[in-house]
Design a protein around this ligand. Structure first.
Ligand code: ITT
Length: 193
């Protein structure tokens, strides 16, 4: 069976990616199955950070690897938290990040934002491939919903009236930034056979 490793420690992210790869016929592993030295995400773009994570994992396995770097770009905040989305608040957990975002958006009328995902695949021949996806929406004024992870309780996708965390998970599965990028990954993997 073909094998692939997801270069992530974010369980929410892994659970969104894993079923699609499994469905495509892969035996799916994550970084936790390997002994990977701590990775510093020192890049200034999502692509740089996805490459850093993918290459660090590729150093310790011959399997194909997949890394996802994502961020929330908020227009009224000049694109922040952006590439620093996971470390926006000092303590960097989801609750602290969401509270900081709410505080910084308190006086903002323009609530437009985009989730962006860059996925990097490194194959068995060390060739690197890049895929991107995005989802446009608005930052809500209160936290709402229990599904998903990260900024999902604050993000209302364009065309909807509830946050991603309040909508049925099947909606995020269908429309998310990650799914847009993954759809391209799946076509790529299918074509390679
Ligand atoms: P890995 O690097 O181990 O994959 P991470 O959580 O650090 O995990 P990122 O560097 O890509 O992942 O940081 C993305 C940040 O944006 C992080 O705070 C996430 O919670 C948030 N985020 C990413 N995708 C999201 C999504 O689909 N919905 C809500 N928040 C998301």
């Amino acid at each position: 069976m073909k094998k692939i490793v997801i270069a992530s420690e974010n369980q929410g992210k892994i659970e969104e990616i894993r079923p699609h790869l499994a469905h495509a016929g892969f035996e799916v592993y994550s970084m936790a199955d390997f002994d990977v030295p701590p990775v510093d995400e020192t890049g200034t773009t999502l692509l740089e950070n996805a490459l850093i994570k993918a290459r660090a994992l590729k150093n310790v396995t011959n399997f194909m690897v997949l890394a996802d770097d994502s961020g929330l770009m908020v227009e009224a905040l000049g694109g922040k938290p952006g590439v620093y989305s996971s470390r926006y608040a000092k303590h960097g957990d989801d609750d602290a990040n969401n509270q900081k975002l709410l505080t910084n958006m308190a006086d903002k009328n323009n609530r437009f934002a985009q989730f962006k995902t860059v996925i990097v695949i490194i194959d068995q021949d060390d060739k690197e491939y890049v895929f991107e996806g995005e989802l446009s929406g608005y930052i809500h004024t209160v936290l709402e919903g229990e599904h998903g992870f990260g900024y999902d309780p604050l993000f209302i996708p364009v065309g909807y009236h509830k946050t991603l965390a309040s909508l049925p998970p099947s909606v995020k599965t269908r429309i998310s930034h990650r799914k847009q990028a993954l759809d391209q990954v799946l076509v790529f993997l299918r074509q390679r056979g």
